[in-house]
Design a protein around this ligand. Structure first.
Ligand code: SF4
Length: 578
């Protein structure tokens, strides 16, 4: 079989989607032809370019009425950005930029302004480096289906039809897989599926990716007329694709294909459940760089997103729809194979930086990996997302640092015991303070994520958290504040009364949050949250100067790992120079 796996816009401009790199390696190991295509990055460069800014300036000048004198503020801005954008993109790839934080912020502002300008020029659609939207698209299934097919509103239709589809035709794939990891990829991914099916009706189009797993209940209600997918994978891609190939080859039954939604009648129906994929069954290396243009990512040095653990071992935070799905259990690649993966990735990707995309990596498994790295003599630097657990003591943190751990990201969520209990988040405030301080003792930078506005959170609870963040600022390198949203598929969405809230009628489809209201008079109200976050950002500006900066936001903090690596601790430098 010939596969083409695509990560559509709007994706991470600092790192390739691990999903397509892992599945490409898996499918090739099973004897299939497979090509991975980071389309998201190519589309980003197409729009965020000197050429496109000049095109926009001309378009806006014409629209201004008088082509001779139609100079407006936006035309002037487009001209300025045409001069700046390539310089800005180049600057973000320059070694050393990670420690020049003001320069980094300025260059990112140019990228943000390009997106704002593109959105303003097109009016009905919005495209930035982190978002793609069409006005009114999510109001209903009908409006979603219409918006996707309307070239006036969907500004990706034209570029995809004229530039992307011909490339796909040249590849002559049997199956096109479209991986959707973020909400921002939904509209572009659906657009691509529509165009591929229109041009190549015999090619099978499968959708998959972690975001679709999270919104699988919504997808089961989606009419087939919205997007002509042949299947939507809501589990591990490896087992689902294996079974799907068997289903095509043998003209088998759909009930033999696990974790796949199939179109039937006017909706999608679930095939079958399967045991979870054993990560040790993946080939070495688990992922491949072949097909990626590593030079075009906007980072000074590429960090490999090797997914050596999947799922979350806790799975009980009531607000989360990432890893608390009933079927998704925590799994980890054995240390021996993970170390072999790392060695192969260093060879293939040409970098010794790793940013492991883990939901929560168990300390026991981190320890095995760290020992394996030290025994192998490899010199890597790495970051990961972990829970604030008691096992992260001085001995383990020192070991992790010696193995090259340079940055750990923690979902603290709150520093108020009552709020943490209501969230069912297994975090102890005192213990968290101890771990954050000890990370610094061993030269490990820390990233902390906090949720603002959990429904039971009162002003007093909130200021407890703010005070903690201020008092511990010296132990927190990167802080991000997230507005609470009621995520579809979360435990709280199923039982909102547990936090004293009730669902409001949903007037949109496939949205990343559900409308709710609560009657607690001292709790923060959903409508006030953006302003509250703005105020907290101002209040914490001195203690956390990076808070709210573009380079420190986004998936994994985009440039925070690079910034974390810019000044290795002395003992690690000695090990590197031995
Ligand atoms: S928020 Fe993190 S720790 Fe909690 S269930 Fe989700 S992935 Fe697990």
């Amino acid at each position: 079989m010939r596969f083409l796996l695509i990560s559509p816009p709007v994706s991470n401009i600092g790192q390739a989607a691990p999903s397509i790199s892992v599945l490409t390696s898996w499918l090739r190991g099973r004897g299939h032809e497979c090509v991975q295509w980071e389309l998201g990055l190519e589309i980003f460069h197409f729009f965020h370019s000197r050429e496109y800014m000049l095109l926009l300036s001309e378009m806006m000048r014409q629209n201004a009425g008088n082509p001779e004198t139609g100079e407006t503020e936006t035309v002037a801005l487009a001209r300025r950005l045409a001069d700046e954008i390539e310089i800005a993109k180049h600057a973000l790839r320059r070694s050393g930029i990670e420690s020049e934080l003001e320069d980094m912020s300025e260059t990112l502002d140019a990228i943000r302004d390009c997106g704002l300008l593109i959105s303003a020029a097109h009016g009905l659609g919005r495209l930035t480096y982190s978002r793609y939207d069409i006005n009114g698209a999510w109001a209903s299934w009908e409006s979603l289906a219409e918006s996707l097919r309307d070239p006036r509103r969907n500004i990706l239709l034209d570029i995809m039809d004229s530039h992307v589809v011909p490339v796909i035709e040249d590849h002559m794939p049997d199956i096109v897989g479209i991986s959707i990891s973020y909400h921002s990829q939904l509209l572009p991914g659906f657009t691509l599926a529509i165009l591929v099916k229109r041009a190549l009706p015999n090619v099978k189009v499968l959708l998959g990716g972690s975001y679709l797993k999270a919104v699988q209940d919504d997808l089961k209600a989606m009419p087939t007329g919205v997007v002509p997918a042949d299947g939507i994978c809501i589990g591990d891609g490896e087992t689902a694709l294996d079974a799907y190939i068997g289903f095509l080859d043998r003209n088998g039954s759909r009930s033999d294909v696990p974790d796949m939604l199939f179109p039937e009648g006017d909706g999608f129906i679930f095939g079958a459940e399967s045991p979870q994929f054993d990560l040790d069954a993946a080939p070495v290396p688990m992922m491949t760089a072949d097909g990626l243009n590593l030079e075009s990512y906007l980072v000074p040095k590429y960090a490999v997103p090797l997914p050596i653990a999947r799922g979350c071992h806790w799975r009980r935070c009531v607000f989360c729809n990432i890893s608390n799905q009933a079927r998704e259990h925590y799994r980890v690649r054995s240390a021996e194979l993970a170390v072999r993966d790392a060695r192969e990735c260093v060879r293939q990707f040409g970098t010794n930086w790793f940013d492991f995309p883990t939901d929560s990596w168990l300390p026991r498994d981190m320890e095995s990996f760290a020992r394996g790295i030290l025994e192998s003599g490899m010199e890597i630097e790495w970051a990961a997302e972990v829970l604030l657990r008691p096992e992260l003591d001085a001995g383990l943190l020192r070991l992790l640092a010696e193995s090259g751990c340079r940055c750990l990201r923690f979902g603290l969520e709150s520093a108020c015991t009552e709020t943490l209990a209501a969230m069912n988040k297994q975090v102890d405030v005192e213990l968290s303070a101890r771990i954050l301080a000890q990370c610094h003792e061993f030269g490990i930078k820390t990233g902390v994520m906090v949720i603002i506005g959990f429904p039971t959170e009162t002003q007093r609870h909130l200021w407890q958290t703010v005070n903690f963040l201020e008092a511990r600022a010296g132990d927190i390198d990167f802080l991000s504040l997230h507005q609470f949203t009621l995520a579809p598929g979360s435990r709280l969405a199923a039982e909102p009364s547990a936090a004293g809230i009730h669902l409001l009628p949903r007037r949109a489809v496939l949205t990343p949050s559900l409308p709710y209201a609560h009657s607690n008079p001292v709790a923060t109200r959903p409508d006030d949250l953006p302003k509250i976050i703005e105020d907290i950002t101002v209040a914490l500006a001195e203690a956390h100067p990076q808070l709210g900066r573009l380079w420190a936001s986004g998936v994994g903090g985009w440039m925070t790992f690079a910034a974390g690596c810019s000044n290795p601790p002395e003992f690690f430098k000695r090990r590197l120079t031995k």
